[in-house]
Write a protein that binds this ligand. Sequence first.
Ligand code: NAI
Length: 801
Amino acid sequence: MTSIPDIFGTMAYGPAPEGVAPAHAWLDRHGRRFGLFIAGEWTPAGDDTFETLNPATGRPLARLTQAGPAEVDRAVEAARAAQPGWWAIGGHARARYLYALARQVQKHSRLFAVLESLDNGKPIRESRDIDVPLVARHFYHHAGWAQLMARELPGREPVGVVGQIIPWNFPLLMLAWKIAPALAMGNTVVLKPAEFTSLTALRFAELCQEVELPAGVVNILTGDGRTGEAMVAHPGVDKIAFTGSTEVGRIIRTATAGSGKRLSLELGGKSPFIVFPDADLDSVVEGVVDAIWFNQGQVCCAGSRILVQEGTAERLVAKLKARMEALRVGDPLDKAVDMGAIVAPVQLRRIQDLVRRGEEEGAELWQPSWGCPRDGWFFPPTLFTGVEPAATIAQVEIFGPVVVLMTFRTPAEAVELANNTRYGLAASLWTENVNLALDIAPQLQAGTVWINCTNVFDAGSGFGGYRESGFGREGGREGLREYVKWAPGRRAAGAKGRKGAGAHGRTGASLKARSAGALLPPIDRTPKLYIGGKQVRPDSGYSLPVHDALGARIGEVGQGNRKDVRNAVEAAHKAAPGWARATAHNRAQVLFYLAENLAARSEEFARRIAAFTGGSAAEREVAQGIERIYTYAAWADKYDGRVHPTPFRNVTLAMPEPIGVLGLVCPELPPLVGLLSLVLPAVAMGNTVVAIPSSSAPLPATDLYQVLDTSDLPAGVVNIVTGNRDELAPVLAAHDDVGGVWYFGSAEGSAEVERLSAGNMKRTWVDYGRGRDWTALDQSDGEEFLEQATQVKNIWVPYGE
Ligand code: NAI
């Protein structure tokens, strides 16, 4: 028995247990067996069941049903049947439902928090003060978006039925991140929680009944990866939204390739935590606690790599060790505990294996002197120093309470180390110098950059990855895009194709007649490839014939191959940092100048295009091309970000940033406008591009080289490789230095691009062979291109008191 003087002597905490009786009573009420929630009703628990365990004790909590393909079918059908009605009731009605859900979460917040901690092992302090309040906030915020949808997202409509697959680290919060925006925008959902942590999703299903949400709008299926797989494969699902491991993300990308399903992926990370010498080290230490020991380090954006300036490292390490010694690991339901249990034995083993690997590779391990509880699955806070940047533990996502520390000398080296990862989810940087902070933030390859803070989230701010951390955003205005599409009627269905080309063939013939009638034979023109600002011969040494609309041979172009594409990517890669840094005003100026130079040669271009499409259409196309250049020159300095009013002492700067190198596979027709429509938004936003022009009508593209040369466009910003589009597109899709590929061609080609993009998780935008009317690009379509050309980075800046 500890006496009061003892307690004063040690200042040790006593246990402060949270009451768990209401959660157990809820489980008992369900007989500790759960069915599935389909079409607003519970199915009886199935024959195929599995147990969900309490990670702090290893003991079972309940039996859950493994949903099979038949249940996935029924759930998708229910969602499909409910969707038109859910959209038709309008934004205001949907806002009322979302508001009711927010309220209901608040009214039952403690039960949710306790269930979450029981099922997941996270400290009640976190589930009660972070997860559940953020869940309510998400539903409130999106009630607002439902209300404003008609005004703020005109011309957009829901995607349809969304399959949502979520992980175990923030079970209810990830559910909210997925369901709230989907419902706000008029979609219906089939959601699968992770097999380790389904209980709060099942309790949420009850909330849906309590607020009398129309049946089928939300369906909840429990089960493991097999259930997820069936959802991904289901033809009735219009979009998959996934959060989880990069490995499974890659499987899903490959499985959905070519299906026409929309996809957003929020995957793993290895986020840097950068400490400059002038940082407030005590704040930094608390920052590290939040970065890597929050949720036992099972956080996709965990700051798992501390990068500290060499001269500061020793002091920081000493302070960190002292702080780690004072952390408390124990029963998640103890209100005074800092860290709870690891979700499952498989995850614990993974952490243990990687830690062993770290030691084998020569890094120095440090753990506090105290031991962890022995029932259940626990792992102590762990610090590795003396870590090589290429070491396994510096590169692989550990997803546990393990942080590695490396040093740098200069800010440039810090940036280099920070970006030395396949991932790009988040980064945090610590300095008292705002100039340094705002110089470094844009240089970090990450979807979120936190300045002097870390792991802060809000419904008003988009969250998501760069590079292999996936694509798509959750939260904020940018997150809504994932759940809407442009309504038909904005653009006419189906490309015009070659229809009507015959009628204009005469122009091509008359062109030839003119040259034949001249006294001298025309000087041969050899259109080459355009790489790094130079006209270069194709590596293959082959040329391809080009025919006019009547089938007459009117020239040849270089047959680009794999090597040419690689060279073009290299040139684009080299030009990318400079072009991204160029001011938006500067980019706008270059584009306006391009329009000027094209206008000066419009007759020549019209004649060239006429050979492929016809006389009056050709003139119109040139005029349209010039206007399109104007449009994107105009946008270059106006497609700007937002400032999100996130709570705490912050404003959050949501900045659209270029993706990097984009591969653009252009439509066959119209030859000039098809090319310009892709190249312009991409470069206006600061990307550099490798464009594969029309295979059948490439000459307007090769004529463009000279216009590009005379328009002050830096070398390598636009590269053009002629040849067979469907041979070249896969090279771009598989290339690791290409950040995104747009493909407007066949259904098979689209599928191939999506499949091959899984390597480095590049962003893809394909049309599945549906085509589009390129001449009828209106304002909203222009915006769609700008969205595809950018990704949003949220920078959290401390502000005010
Ligand atoms: P996981 O990626 O396998 O699981 C995430 C979700 O996907 C779960 O609901 C799971 O049932 C489902 N799933 C699994 N296989 C699927 C498939 N073939 N098709 C469709 N859905 C499928 O993650 P897991 O196995 O739970 O954890 C493994 C590692 O992934 C962790 O050690 C951690 O490194 C990482 N991870 C990252 C998360 C993040 O938020 N970035 C979240 C969870 C895990």
